[in-house]
Write a protein that binds this ligand. Sequence first.
Ligand code: CS2
Ligand code: MG
Length: 404
Amino acid sequence: MTDRIIAADVILTSPGRNYVTLKLRTADGLTGYGDATVNGRELAAASYLRDHVAPLLIGLDPARIEDTWQYLYRGAYWRRGPITMAAISAVDLALWDIKGKTAGLPVYQLLGGAVRDRVLSYTHASAWELPELLDAIDARRADGFKAVRAQSGVPGLETVYGVHAGGGYEPAKRGAVPVTESWDTDAYLRHVPDVLNAVREHVGPELALLHDAHHRLTPQQAARLGRSLEPANLFWLEDVTPAENQEALRLVRQHTTTPLAIGEVFNSIYDCKDLITGQLIDYIRVAVAHAGGISHLRNIFALADLYQVKAAPHGPSDVSPVSFGASVHVGLSTINFGIQEYMGYDALAHEVFPHSWSFADGYLHPGDAPGLGVEVDEALAAKFPYEPAYLPVARRLDGSMTDW
Ligand code: CS2
Ligand code: MG
């Protein structure tokens, strides 16, 4: 007897920050969870799921993951985009969760099994001043991390991406409207090479050192920064320039050997294609929660493998532990997987989303629970209702808008 989806519900909860979770239930009594969190646009993703996807799922065969993916993608007519693809991601994840539970197997076993024993991860270290930044990096190394992203303040500015004065960095800030931050690229470019070269001097040659420029440079500025950081031997320099114009990376590539990573804001293979086939990047950063789920992410990573581009999925606090677990399943079973971002979660998020994935000594493992291995404590989730929160916006010193 073929199983059927009998319920599709959206759970909005905010244990430390907002998350959008899809819960599918089947006639055979199985439950699958998916993540559709889009930082600062959670209500849009929840509505797309609740109002335009959930009614279409009732009665479908949960085993037909690919057919459902194609139905929701091609049937939307208005294809791609962060909200549509986050909703499709959530359905895809929930269906893989159900398929694993049906088979009594962890999802990575359904993806071809493990190609490695554990998944390398990196985390964030940030502080306004260099001494405190070095302390933060040392603390993350003491936690076992073999790879650390370093972000510092910039003299003359009051706030900057990736650094919170009181430590502990959460991108979105609660409030009815985004906060506005100032940005000065020249001050950043004068300062950050000295910071990262000093960090390399402090940590020695082995620690994998990453930095996120967060979409703020022109190709020429990115090329200059990449070249100035070559002595620091970065693992990667991320989001050097807004990637709508993928051709811009060709200029950067011509002037520096610093590895480049892009893609956390991408939501389909079409966003990634030219960067990968032109070998303009070394790491593709698409997240399982934003780029069509496990099914589509595997297509992107397979294309990347042809060009020796490695997978490095986005893993900030604003993808939920559900999709984080899914990402680690993909990491364990994908040959060209490079590294998994693990920014970490509020303790409440770990409680609301009990999970079998685990971290030890700088590496992750998805665990062997059937499905994705992440559940939702709905009674506890209900205690943390959604609160409006937005990513900041950034304006240059002359008041003009720039990328945040
Ligand atoms: C960052 C993110 O982790 C990263 O690489 O770019 O913190 C990003 O700013 C947020 O996830 C946006 O929601
Ligand atoms: Mg980033």
